[in-house]
Design a protein around this ligand. Structure first.
Ligand code: ATP
Ligand code: MG
Length: 548
């Protein structure tokens, strides 16, 4: 890893100066209740790279204490995405549920030390008794049971003697603490729901706050990195470990969450988009999920590069979508071969070329990387250009093909629009042109031709579908509102049928292309599908500049 630096790395460097033999161990702890999104990539990049930088380890631990929303499918997708990003976790995969037996013992330990009690208030009452930032909480009437009674009730909870929500285990801390999280937080709750790892063994499950710090301790995590909203939980994290363990325990550090313009980064909200069928699934190319970005055509390198650029700080901010786009553009500008594709075809017929006119024009595959070689592109009596590249009447500013005027075809001839044919509805469907055969990559005599447009032979080509994506939301920050579904961009996908040059598409390496003047595209084909499908990853230029 090169120039990657942040405040957490600086803290570790200082610690290592004092204690040279310290082994660094981090963890990435996803809850398997959805697919990973690019916000998770930020956390993955941080945790795995810190371990790498300091010769340490990074565990993958599924934080699976809430079986109701968790599935094996989510677990598999998370594993796949981390591997695809190019990271390797330390040893076997861990689960918080691996420690359910131990966690139960530690809960009993806390009860025995009079640091935990079984409460009978309902969740509504608990909330009410908690107080607010300005008013202290009130002790539960069940707070002072005897230790024996607490142990008996907790065991009964475990043995399925009560209905859900009837009882819970709470830490006995301080109902008047200025931090609400310290007002006797819940440690265990009853849930009759089979768990994807432990089946029907448990009907009580630990809370995040109780299981996370202990899981970190058990695994020997040294730096437990999480996002800013857990800042207040740090006190509880330390309180629990301090009450149970005597050895030095892990430390929690917080950094800011990633937010990106025009999208949401919350599994709950992304799940809504899937359930409401606003997108085709978690891996829809408009989704900010790792699998969605992958299907769109983002490479893992470009995502990692993005994570490096945004860095790690304690300031919450909203990152411009164009930063993510610039990362893939930068990469593909160097690596993607150029070809021509016509997305909205308009037929051109050359009136001065014979019916069977055939030619193959030599073109470079990349403007400045000669190593990428050349190819021959078919040129015939009939070609396609893009609909938007022709106007019957136009102002001087319009630098493309206009009736009676000339334009250059990319890497080939100068042509002139002579007449047009319209269909029944008055829409132009053929433009008859003359082609100046003396102008192949040469300037014409006595006249200037400014515009250059791309084209594809209408005789020898490959038909293709183009999936053109726009941002999913119309609002810069849809995260802000509860009504985020109202901010959906209804035109975020359009599918077009057009043509690309006849190239050898079977070459597996050829997945990423720059379509001249159109953008970077990814070949997203199912093996048996007849028509090629290309997803537009990104346009050639930043398109977000003028949006509100
Ligand atoms: P979500 O709100 O999307 O469900 P989460 O924090 O509940 O997010 P987890 O699966 O618990 O999701 O997250 C695993 C790790 O990824 C945590 O350490 C969390 O802090 C981190 N993480 C999640 N979202 C972001 C984000 N937007 N930016 C940076 N890190 C994130
Ligand atoms: Mg979570």
């Amino acid at each position: 890893m090169n120039i990657y630096n942040n405040f957490i790395i600086n803290i570790i460097k200082k610690e290592l100066k004092k204690n040279k033999n310290k082994k660094i161990c981090t963890r990435f702890p996803p809850e398997p209740n959805g697919y990973l999104h690019i916000g998770h990539a930020k956390s993955i990049y941080l945790n795995f790279n810190i371990a790498k930088k300091f010769n340490g380890k990074c565990n993958l631990r599924f934080d699976d204490t809430n079986p109701v929303n968790e599935t094996k499918n989510f677990i598999n997708s998370i594993k796949k995405d981390i591997k695809w990003l190019g990271f390797k976790w330390n040893g076997s995969i861990k689960y918080s549920s691996n420690y359910f037996d131990l966690l139960y013992k530690y809960a009993i330990f806390l009860i025995k030390k009079n640091f935990a009690y079984v409460d009978e208030l309902s969740s509504k009452q608990i909330k009410k008794y908690k107080g607010t930032l300005n008013t202290p909480g009130i002790n539960s009437p069940y707070r002072n049971r005897t230790i024996e009674e607490n142990i008996k009730l907790f065991n009964n909870m475990k043995n399925g003697k009560y209905i859900e929500g009837k009882l819970c285990l709470r830490a006995k801390i301080d109902m008047k603490s200025p931090r609400i999280i310290m007002r006797d937080p819940v440690l265990y709750r009853i849930k009759y729901f089979p768990h994807h790892q432990t089946g029907n063994k448990w009907c009580i499950y630990p809370t995040y706050d109780f299981s996370h710090c202990i899981s970190d301790y058990i695994e020997g995590i040294t730096h437990s990195l999480c996002t800013l909203e857990f800042q207040d939980n740090r006190e509880l994290y330390n309180w629990i470990l301090n009450k149970i363990f005597t050895k030095k325990y892990p430390k929690q550090y917080e950094f800011s969450r990633l937010n990106i313009q025009f999208t949401v980064l919350s599994k709950r909200k992304l799940k809504k988009l899937v359930e409401k069928k606003i997108v085709s699934g978690w891996d829809d190319p408009r989704m900010p999920t790792i699998s969605g970005l992958k299907k769109r055509g983002y490479t893992s390198k470009s995502i990692k590069n993005f994570c490096k650029k945004i860095g790690i700080t304690k300031q919450n901010n909203l990152i411009e979508f164009s930063l993510l786009e610039s990362c893939i553009r930068e990469e593909l500008n160097i690596s993607a071969p150029r070809i021509m594709a016509v997305i909205n075809p308009l037929k051109i017929i050359f009136i001065n070329l014979p019916k069977n006119y055939k030619e193959k024009i030599l073109m470079k595959n990349h403007p400045f990387k000669s190593k990428m070689g050349t190819r021959k592109v078919y040129f015939n009596k009939e070609i396609y250009i893009d609909n938007s590249d022709f106007l019957e009447n136009a102002t001087k500013k319009y630098k493309r093909l206009v009736l009676g005027k000339e334009v250059r075809l990319r890497y080939s001839y100068v042509i002139k629009a002579e007449k047009i044919k319209k269909d029944k509805n008055g829409i132009i469907n053929v433009v008859y042109c003359s082609c100046d055969l003396k102008t192949l990559n040469k300037k014409p005599n006595n006249r200037k031709v400014k515009g250059i447009i791309h084209w594809v032979s209408a005789i020898k080509n490959l038909p293709a579908k183009f999936y053109l994506y726009e941002n999913l939301f119309l609002d810069k920050n849809p995260n802000n509102s509860d009504d985020f579904l109202k901010k959906i961009n209804k035109n975020s996908l359009s599918i077009k049928h057009g043509f690309i040059e006849k190239i050898n598409i079977k070459n597996k390496l050829k997945k990423y292309f720059q379509f001249e003047r159109e953008g970077y595209f990814y070949l997203d084909n199912k093996i048996n599908s007849k028509k090629l499908r290309f997803n537009r990853i990104v346009k050639l230029k930043n398109s977000y500049i003028n949006k509100k």
